[in-house]
Design a protein. Structure first.
Length: 115
């Protein structure tokens, strides 16, 4: 187990903030003002992991592969750009983002290399 309280990643602060804001906004919309959002951070010897979890309706299995595609949205007013931009920003920082479906809700896991 690692103490992650002072771990750092190398990246553009503005872009990473934008990615995290987009994920948080997405979670707020997913819970429709009736659920919970949890943000957790952990790390190991190589990576810092950030989890954005919500207990809104889970992403449908048939949509999981599409959520990062440009212009894909399940929302009436969604542009389909938010998660596409998040993925692009994370990958530009040599990181990855994964969707972890949960029984109640969804979790997005971001992995960024420690410095």
């Amino acid at each position: 187990s690692y103490n992650c309280s002072e771990e750092r990643v190398l990246g553009d602060e503005f872009l990473l903030k934008q990615a995290y804001i987009n994920l948080f906004t997405n979670a707020i919309e997913a819970i429709e003002k009736k659920g919970n959002i949890t943000i957790e951070v952990s790390c190991d010897e190589k990576y810092v992991y950030t989890y954005f979890k919500n207990d809104g309706p889970p992403i449908k299995n048939e949509d999981i592969e599409k959520v990062f595609e440009i212009y894909f949205s399940t929302k009436k007013t969604g542009s389909g750009l938010g998660l596409t931009m998040v993925k692009r920003i994370i990958e530009e920082h040599s990181g990855s983002i994964e969707i972890e479906p949960r029984k109640n809700g969804t979790s997005f896991k971001i992995s960024l290399r420690r410095i």
